[in-house]
Design a protein around this ligand. Sequence first.
Ligand code: ADP
Length: 268
Amino acid sequence: VAAADLRRAIVDVVLRKAEELARANEELTRSNVELDAFAYIASHDLKEPLRGVHNYARFVLEDYGDKLDEEGKGKLKTMMKLTERMDELIDGLLHYSRLGREELESEPTDLLALVKRVAQSLTPRFQELGVAVRLPDSLPPVSVNPVMLQEVFANLMTNAMKYNDKPEKWIEVGSAAPDRAPESIRRKLRDGDVILYVKDNGIGIPKKHFDTIFQIFRRLHARDQYGGGTGVGLTIAKKILERHGGYMWVDSEPGRGSTFFLSLPAQR
Ligand code: ADP
């Protein structure tokens, strides 16, 4: 009797905990949805007045330009550039918030062909900058949203090219073993998860920034030195992976290069 009571008591506790967890998860999902909706509305509403400021600066320049000295004109031009930059940031925020609301449609996808398409589209810039791309002979089968995954690889390969000051730059894409994941992520990986990587021999990232680079609008390197950027690319890439039930992380050594890893559930 005592054993049966004990079993019942344990089952009760486990059930109660499971209910609590389910409720917490529901709340978390709801606040994520609300946050996405807020980001969408806020960024949408910010665009219009911003366009107004930009247009007024342009009108003043066009209509009163001959009454202004060079310094005055220069300041108006700077004002226009800054509003254009802010518009880019708002677009990033809009794109990010849309990702959370869009339906995820996955299909069996030939990742190698997808990566080749991305590399092909970047070829002119790769050639101009002397970037060699190394691709594997095959990649494991996965079921993903191909448009989203294309965006992830385009972002990673563009970064690998941008944040590189070596005379001979290279990018390597391949698959890796789960033991390349940090302990916090390895614990969450499931059997058969596919791990991919995009590796470069660029400027690298200090360990203390391994997490911060995935935060929205966070940038480590000067825009002027390494070409324009808004600091949303990696945030979006990580969110895309998470929507697929995967993870993203980085390993790097400053001066020697970075390896961006992504995990995806195996094709079912
Ligand atoms: P950005 O538009 O600035 O490139 P990302 O979100 O793609 O935005 O990247 C965030 C920051 O992470 C970059 O500004 C850069 O400082 C750093 N970073 C990203 N990829 C690399 C890389 N391959 N090598 C070195 N630093 C990188």
